[in-house]
Design a protein around this ligand. Structure first.
Ligand SMILES: [Zn+2]
Length: 263
Protein backbone atom coordinates (compact mmCIF):
# COMPACT_ATOMS: atom_id res chain seq x y z
CA UNK A 1 0.00 0.00 0.00
CA UNK A 2 1.34 3.41 -0.89
CA UNK A 3 0.00 6.83 -0.05
CA UNK A 4 0.97 10.31 -1.15
CA UNK A 5 1.00 12.46 1.96
CA UNK A 6 1.73 16.15 1.81
CA UNK A 7 1.84 16.77 5.50
CA UNK A 8 2.43 15.07 8.84
CA UNK A 9 -1.26 14.94 9.72
CA UNK A 10 -2.03 13.00 6.59
CA UNK A 11 0.86 10.61 7.24
CA UNK A 12 -0.30 10.04 10.81
CA UNK A 13 -3.80 9.30 9.57
CA UNK A 14 -2.65 6.58 7.20
CA UNK A 15 -0.27 5.14 9.79
CA UNK A 16 -3.24 4.80 12.12
CA UNK A 17 -5.19 3.00 9.42
CA UNK A 18 -2.32 0.63 8.75
CA UNK A 19 -1.84 -0.19 12.42
CA UNK A 20 -5.55 -0.71 12.92
CA UNK A 21 -5.75 -3.10 10.00
CA UNK A 22 -2.66 -5.15 10.73
CA UNK A 23 -0.92 -5.94 14.01
CA UNK A 24 -3.47 -4.73 16.58
CA UNK A 25 -6.44 -6.19 14.79
CA UNK A 26 -5.32 -9.76 15.11
CA UNK A 27 -4.04 -10.02 18.69
CA UNK A 28 -5.91 -11.95 21.37
CA UNK A 29 -5.46 -12.88 25.02
CA UNK A 30 -6.89 -15.83 26.93
CA UNK A 31 -8.94 -15.61 30.10
CA UNK A 32 -10.92 -18.25 31.99
CA UNK A 33 -13.88 -17.61 34.27
CA UNK A 34 -15.73 -19.48 37.01
CA UNK A 35 -12.96 -21.65 38.51
CA UNK A 36 -11.22 -22.95 40.49
CA UNK A 37 -12.80 -26.36 40.10
CA UNK A 38 -10.90 -29.64 40.47
CA UNK A 39 -10.52 -31.51 37.22
CA UNK A 40 -11.82 -28.62 35.13
CA UNK A 41 -9.14 -26.10 36.05
CA UNK A 42 -6.47 -28.81 35.97
CA UNK A 43 -7.35 -29.68 32.38
CA UNK A 44 -7.17 -26.06 31.29
CA UNK A 45 -3.80 -25.61 33.00
CA UNK A 46 -2.49 -28.75 31.36
CA UNK A 47 -3.56 -27.50 27.94
CA UNK A 48 -2.06 -24.06 28.55
CA UNK A 49 1.32 -25.57 29.42
CA UNK A 50 1.65 -26.64 25.80
CA UNK A 51 0.44 -23.41 24.19
CA UNK A 52 2.96 -20.76 23.16
CA UNK A 53 2.40 -17.06 22.75
CA UNK A 54 3.63 -15.15 19.74
CA UNK A 55 7.01 -14.69 21.47
CA UNK A 56 7.51 -18.46 21.68
CA UNK A 57 7.10 -18.58 25.47
CA UNK A 58 4.42 -20.60 27.33
CA UNK A 59 1.39 -18.39 27.23
CA UNK A 60 0.25 -16.50 30.32
CA UNK A 61 -3.51 -16.43 30.83
CA UNK A 62 -5.88 -14.76 33.28
CA UNK A 63 -8.15 -16.72 35.62
CA UNK A 64 -11.14 -14.90 37.07
CA UNK A 65 -12.09 -16.97 40.08
CA UNK A 66 -15.12 -17.24 42.32
CA UNK A 67 -14.88 -16.99 46.06
CA UNK A 68 -17.46 -19.31 47.51
CA UNK A 69 -19.92 -20.88 45.08
CA UNK A 70 -22.16 -22.77 45.13
CA UNK A 71 -22.52 -24.71 48.38
CA UNK A 72 -22.70 -21.98 50.97
CA UNK A 73 -24.24 -19.41 48.69
CA UNK A 74 -27.04 -21.23 46.92
CA UNK A 75 -29.27 -21.24 49.97
CA UNK A 76 -29.12 -17.47 50.21
CA UNK A 77 -29.89 -16.78 46.59
CA UNK A 78 -33.29 -15.70 45.42
CA UNK A 79 -32.85 -15.66 41.66
CA UNK A 80 -31.13 -18.04 39.30
CA UNK A 81 -30.25 -17.98 35.67
CA UNK A 82 -31.48 -21.12 33.93
CA UNK A 83 -27.98 -21.50 32.56
CA UNK A 84 -26.57 -21.89 36.03
CA UNK A 85 -28.21 -25.27 36.33
CA UNK A 86 -25.75 -26.68 33.83
CA UNK A 87 -22.97 -27.48 36.16
CA UNK A 88 -20.69 -26.61 38.99
CA UNK A 89 -18.83 -23.41 39.57
CA UNK A 90 -15.51 -22.92 41.25
CA UNK A 91 -14.68 -21.93 44.80
CA UNK A 92 -11.49 -20.50 46.24
CA UNK A 93 -12.77 -21.39 49.72
CA UNK A 94 -13.09 -25.06 48.79
CA UNK A 95 -10.04 -25.36 46.52
CA UNK A 96 -7.29 -22.95 47.55
CA UNK A 97 -4.64 -25.38 46.27
CA UNK A 98 -5.84 -24.71 42.74
CA UNK A 99 -5.14 -21.01 43.13
CA UNK A 100 -1.53 -21.88 43.92
CA UNK A 101 -1.42 -24.19 40.93
CA UNK A 102 -2.65 -21.40 38.64
CA UNK A 103 -0.05 -18.98 40.00
CA UNK A 104 2.71 -21.57 39.78
CA UNK A 105 1.82 -21.98 36.11
CA UNK A 106 2.70 -18.30 35.62
CA UNK A 107 -0.85 -17.08 35.19
CA UNK A 108 -2.68 -14.16 36.76
CA UNK A 109 -5.69 -14.37 39.05
CA UNK A 110 -8.61 -11.96 39.15
CA UNK A 111 -11.77 -11.44 41.20
CA UNK A 112 -14.98 -12.66 39.50
CA UNK A 113 -17.08 -11.94 42.60
CA UNK A 114 -17.75 -14.17 45.55
CA UNK A 115 -21.09 -15.71 44.65
CA UNK A 116 -21.65 -15.11 40.92
CA UNK A 117 -25.16 -13.89 41.49
CA UNK A 118 -27.41 -13.73 38.46
CA UNK A 119 -27.13 -10.41 36.70
CA UNK A 120 -30.81 -9.58 37.03
CA UNK A 121 -30.41 -9.62 40.72
CA UNK A 122 -30.04 -5.92 41.47
CA UNK A 123 -26.75 -6.16 43.31
CA UNK A 124 -24.77 -5.14 40.25
CA UNK A 125 -26.59 -1.79 40.34
CA UNK A 126 -25.76 -1.29 44.00
CA UNK A 127 -22.24 -0.05 44.65
CA UNK A 128 -22.19 -1.20 48.26
CA UNK A 129 -23.26 -4.71 47.25
CA UNK A 130 -20.50 -4.90 44.64
CA UNK A 131 -18.00 -3.67 47.21
CA UNK A 132 -19.17 -6.37 49.59
CA UNK A 133 -18.70 -9.05 46.90
CA UNK A 134 -15.21 -7.78 46.13
CA UNK A 135 -14.25 -7.59 49.81
CA UNK A 136 -15.57 -11.05 50.65
CA UNK A 137 -13.56 -12.47 47.76
CA UNK A 138 -10.44 -10.67 48.97
CA UNK A 139 -10.84 -12.17 52.42
CA UNK A 140 -10.88 -15.67 50.95
CA UNK A 141 -7.93 -15.02 48.63
CA UNK A 142 -5.83 -12.86 50.95
CA UNK A 143 -3.38 -15.57 51.98
CA UNK A 144 -3.00 -16.88 48.45
CA UNK A 145 -2.19 -13.78 46.43
CA UNK A 146 0.76 -11.45 46.31
CA UNK A 147 -0.59 -8.08 47.51
CA UNK A 148 1.74 -6.34 45.07
CA UNK A 149 0.10 -7.73 41.92
CA UNK A 150 -2.62 -5.74 40.15
CA UNK A 151 -6.13 -6.21 41.41
CA UNK A 152 -8.45 -7.25 38.62
CA UNK A 153 -12.23 -7.51 38.63
CA UNK A 154 -14.59 -9.02 36.09
CA UNK A 155 -18.28 -8.81 36.99
CA UNK A 156 -20.43 -11.91 36.47
CA UNK A 157 -22.02 -12.02 33.01
CA UNK A 158 -19.79 -9.11 32.00
CA UNK A 159 -22.37 -6.73 33.39
CA UNK A 160 -20.84 -3.29 33.12
CA UNK A 161 -22.74 -0.80 35.28
CA UNK A 162 -21.77 2.49 36.92
CA UNK A 163 -21.99 0.69 40.28
CA UNK A 164 -19.48 -1.92 39.11
CA UNK A 165 -17.08 0.75 37.84
CA UNK A 166 -17.38 2.88 40.98
CA UNK A 167 -16.99 -0.05 43.36
CA UNK A 168 -13.99 -1.42 41.50
CA UNK A 169 -12.33 2.01 41.49
CA UNK A 170 -12.93 2.47 45.22
CA UNK A 171 -11.53 -0.97 46.00
CA UNK A 172 -8.47 -0.33 43.83
CA UNK A 173 -9.42 -2.77 41.08
CA UNK A 174 -9.01 -2.59 37.34
CA UNK A 175 -12.13 -3.82 35.56
CA UNK A 176 -11.23 -6.36 32.88
CA UNK A 177 -14.06 -7.06 30.48
CA UNK A 178 -13.82 -9.37 27.52
CA UNK A 179 -15.55 -11.02 24.59
CA UNK A 180 -17.28 -14.35 24.98
CA UNK A 181 -15.71 -17.23 23.09
CA UNK A 182 -19.13 -18.87 22.97
CA UNK A 183 -18.01 -21.86 25.03
CA UNK A 184 -20.86 -21.30 27.50
CA UNK A 185 -23.50 -21.96 24.86
CA UNK A 186 -25.28 -25.32 25.07
CA UNK A 187 -23.44 -28.01 23.11
CA UNK A 188 -20.71 -25.59 22.02
CA UNK A 189 -18.23 -27.30 19.70
CA UNK A 190 -14.59 -26.40 19.07
CA UNK A 191 -15.48 -25.69 15.43
CA UNK A 192 -18.25 -23.28 16.41
CA UNK A 193 -15.92 -21.51 18.85
CA UNK A 194 -13.17 -21.12 16.25
CA UNK A 195 -15.62 -19.77 13.69
CA UNK A 196 -17.19 -17.38 16.15
CA UNK A 197 -13.87 -16.07 17.46
CA UNK A 198 -12.44 -15.75 13.94
CA UNK A 199 -15.38 -13.58 13.00
CA UNK A 200 -14.74 -11.37 16.03
CA UNK A 201 -11.00 -11.08 15.42
CA UNK A 202 -11.45 -10.37 11.72
CA UNK A 203 -13.48 -7.30 12.65
CA UNK A 204 -11.46 -6.32 15.72
CA UNK A 205 -10.69 -2.62 15.44
CA UNK A 206 -9.63 -1.74 18.97
CA UNK A 207 -6.20 -0.41 19.86
CA UNK A 208 -5.86 -3.15 22.49
CA UNK A 209 -5.82 -6.93 22.07
CA UNK A 210 -9.10 -8.82 22.16
CA UNK A 211 -9.58 -10.49 25.55
CA UNK A 212 -11.36 -13.78 24.99
CA UNK A 213 -13.52 -15.20 27.74
CA UNK A 214 -13.51 -18.96 28.17
CA UNK A 215 -14.69 -21.05 31.13
CA UNK A 216 -12.76 -23.76 32.97
CA UNK A 217 -16.11 -25.36 33.59
CA UNK A 218 -17.21 -25.88 29.97
CA UNK A 219 -16.54 -29.20 28.23
CA UNK A 220 -15.40 -27.78 24.88
CA UNK A 221 -12.76 -25.68 26.61
CA UNK A 222 -11.57 -28.49 28.86
CA UNK A 223 -11.26 -30.94 26.00
CA UNK A 224 -10.21 -28.82 23.03
CA UNK A 225 -8.49 -25.63 24.17
CA UNK A 226 -5.20 -26.45 22.44
CA UNK A 227 -6.96 -27.26 19.18
CA UNK A 228 -9.06 -24.10 19.34
CA UNK A 229 -6.06 -21.84 19.96
CA UNK A 230 -3.99 -23.69 17.35
CA UNK A 231 -6.69 -23.18 14.74
CA UNK A 232 -6.83 -19.45 15.52
CA UNK A 233 -3.06 -19.14 15.28
CA UNK A 234 -3.10 -21.05 11.98
CA UNK A 235 -5.49 -18.42 10.65
CA UNK A 236 -2.94 -15.72 11.43
CA UNK A 237 -4.32 -14.39 14.70
CA UNK A 238 -1.61 -13.67 17.24
CA UNK A 239 -1.86 -15.04 20.75
CA UNK A 240 -0.27 -12.63 23.23
CA UNK A 241 0.21 -12.96 26.97
CA UNK A 242 -2.54 -11.75 29.26
CA UNK A 243 -1.27 -8.37 30.39
CA UNK A 244 -3.69 -6.05 32.22
CA UNK A 245 -1.37 -3.10 31.66
CA UNK A 246 -2.14 -3.30 27.95
CA UNK A 247 -5.86 -3.03 28.72
CA UNK A 248 -5.74 -0.11 31.11
CA UNK A 249 -7.09 2.37 28.59
CA UNK A 250 -10.77 1.82 28.14
CA UNK A 251 -11.33 1.49 24.42
CA UNK A 252 -14.08 0.74 21.99
CA UNK A 253 -13.26 -2.90 22.74
CA UNK A 254 -15.97 -2.65 25.34
CA UNK A 255 -18.45 -2.05 22.59
CA UNK A 256 -17.86 -5.61 21.43
CA UNK A 257 -19.03 -7.11 24.69
CA UNK A 258 -21.11 -10.13 24.19
CA UNK A 259 -23.30 -11.18 27.05
CA UNK A 260 -23.75 -14.81 26.32
CA UNK A 261 -25.02 -16.66 29.37
CA UNK A 262 -22.53 -18.14 31.76
CA UNK A 263 -19.77 -15.57 31.59
ZN1 LIG B 1 -18.74 -16.18 35.26
Amino acid sequence: MFFHCRNLLCAAFYMTLLLASSSYASEFMLTFDDGPLPGATDKVLQALSGIRGDDGQPVRAGFFLLGDVPESALARRKYFSPYEMWGEKGSIAAHPELVNKILTGGHLVGNHSTRHAWFRWPWLSDKEAVLEEIAAWEKLAANLLDPAVPRLFRPPYLVDTPAVRQAAAEAGYQVVMGVSSGDAAPLATPYAIVERVSGILNKWDSAVPCVLVFHDTRPATQQSLAEIVGALQARGFRLVHFDPARLAVRSNGDAHLDRLPGS
